[in-house]
Design a protein around this ligand. Structure first.
Ligand SMILES: CC(=O)N[C@H]1[C@@H](OP(=O)(O)OP(=O)(O)OC[C@H]2O[C@@H](n3ccc(=O)[nH]c3=O)[C@H](O)[C@@H]2O)O[C@H](CO)[C@@H](O)[C@@H]1O
Ligand SMILES: C=C(OP(=O)(O)O)C(=O)O
Length: 419
């Protein structure tokens, strides 16, 4: 098994270009199967293991896929319905995104319960309830989800919770479903707006993404287009935290600054200076990081749950106690025992973690518990004395293309050791 070895204590300095977004790309890849006329080309698509797994799923469903640099072309003209292979569904939460588009285009789908990082129970009841409201007949048997959407028609769906994935799945199902579908209490994340933009580029009639009501008028068919994948707000946030914890300075190129308002506010509270400088967004760390009184994860535009573990790491270096509350996923403090191995003093009670800083972080052998927990260990290792070895790099690779190379280019001593 590969691991990342980091020798800490070197402040990061330099410029970093933010890559395309994983959470933007994954639903867009699923939506490409809706396109029956001509190929779609996604520009600036990140080369991530999750993207490759999604492509394997698309090929299994009869699509042709081709990379040319960062441009990814998918031709779904000859796509067909077929049972999704369990091994792919098991490793990737986003396999569930195929359900809506397959129902929309072919009127049937067979899926398995999705796997992915262990950050909570992650039920899919809201996805299934919404599809049933559109007329899908869904039966669940031995881990398989059989859905028949021959009689799909537009309808009113109120989501009990603004789930990102359920909103996306239902937008995709409704794009080719006759009649008008209205989604209320929809998620408002930037990735929902990106999916709407992509569906529109293929010819869909959809509006309202970014607000809590999305309206979709089904069209007969969708056709090919070329579409840019937007920059990854969580990767951008990760590199800001990495620079901050090492007492360094970073300039991000192509950062989605407005999408990071909640993260920026907390970095400022920790004493960082952030300013726009033309196309660059600069962060300068203070001589000593301050504690952060309270962070509460919330749906967008609140503080993102995907940044929570990274701030656990950052707050270990803050002067005093910081309080972090996780409201979205019930199992997202699994990195705490790993950070404790590096000397962090964090007390968890239910959904709240109290981080006592400033502690001395020291290198240790640790294991990524999930994608962002893994990134938090990388960031902590940059600030630790001595050598840290981080295992389960495969989880980190889900969302970061070659994190050790990008950090090395900014001055870190970080290498991947293939095992
Ligand atoms: C590929 C992708 O974009 N992943 C993101 C997406 O995940 P994902 O789309 O899975 O997250 P959701 O917004 O659906 O989940 C939020 C909460 O709703 C619950 N829930 C969700 C669906 C459902 O049918 N029933 C239900 O109870 C979940 O268990 C969780 O507690 O949004 C999360 C919240 O911003 C991010 O952390 C993930 O990085
Ligand atoms: C939890 C995440 O992703 P996914 O929903 O794909 O598991 C994440 O990106 O932090």
């Amino acid at each position: 098994m590969a691991m990342i070895r980091i020798r800490g204590g070197r402040p990061l300095h330099g410029e970093y270009t933010v890559p395309g977004s994983k959470n933007g790309a994954l639903p867009i890849l699923a939506a490409s199967i809706l396109c029956s006329q001509g190929p779609v080309t996604l520009l600036g698509c990140p080369h991530l293991s999750d993207v490759e797994n999604m492509l394997a799923l698309l090929r299994h469903l009869g699509c042709q896929t081709r990379w040319e640099g960062d441009a990814l072309t998918i031709d779904a003209q000859n796509a067909r319905v077929s049972q999704m292979p369990e091994e792919l569904a098991k490793v990737m939460r986003s396999s569930i995104f195929m359900l809506g588009p397959l129902l929309g285009r072919f009127g049937s789908a067979v899926a398995t319960y999705p796997g992915g990082c262990d950050i909570g129970l992650r039920p899919i009841d809201l996805h299934l309830k919404g599809l049933r409201t559109l007329g899908a007949r869904i039966t669940e048997q031995a881990g398989y989800i059989f859905s028949d959407g021959a009689a799909l028609k537009g309808g009113m769906i109120h989501l009990d919770y603004p789930s990102v994935g359920a909103t996306e799945n239902l937008m995709m199902a409704a794009a080719l479903t006759p009649g008008t579908t209205r989604l209320t209490n929809a998620a408002r994340e930037p990735e929902i707006v990106q999916l709407q933009d992509f569906l529109r580029a293929m010819g869909a009639d959809i509006s309202g993404a970014g607000t809590e009501t999305i309206t979709i008028n089904g069209v007969e068919r969708l056709s090919g287009c070329s579409f840019p994948i937007a920059a990854d707000r969580i990767v951008a946030g990760t590199f800001l935290v990495a620079a901050a914890i090492t007492g360094g300075e970073i300039a991000l190129r192509g950062a989605p600054v407005e999408q990071l308002a909640a993260v920026e506010a907390k970095l400022r509270e920790a004493g960082c200076t952030l300013e726009k400088d033309g196309a660059l967004w600069r962060l300068r760390a203070p001589a000593k990081l301050g504690a952060i009184e309270s962070i509460e994860t919330q749906p967008y535009p609140g503080f993102p749950t995907d940044m929570q573990a990274l701030f656990l790491a950052l707050c270990t270096r803050g002067q005093g106690a910081s309080v972090i509350t996780e409201n979205i996923f019930e199992n997202r403090f699994r990195v705490v025992p790993q950070l404790a191995r590096m000397g962090a003093r964090i007390r968890v009670s239910d959904r709240t973690a109290i981080v006592h800083g400033p502690g001395r972080l020291t290198g240790a052998g640790v294991t990524a518990p999930d994608l962002r927990g893994g990134a938090a260990l990388v960031v902590a290792a940059l600030a630790a004395e001595g050598e840290t070895r981080i295992g389960r790099v495969d989880l980190i690779d889900r969302g970061y293309e070659h994190i050790e190379q990008d950090l090395s280019a900014l001055g870190a001593d970080a290498v991947r050791i293939e095992g």
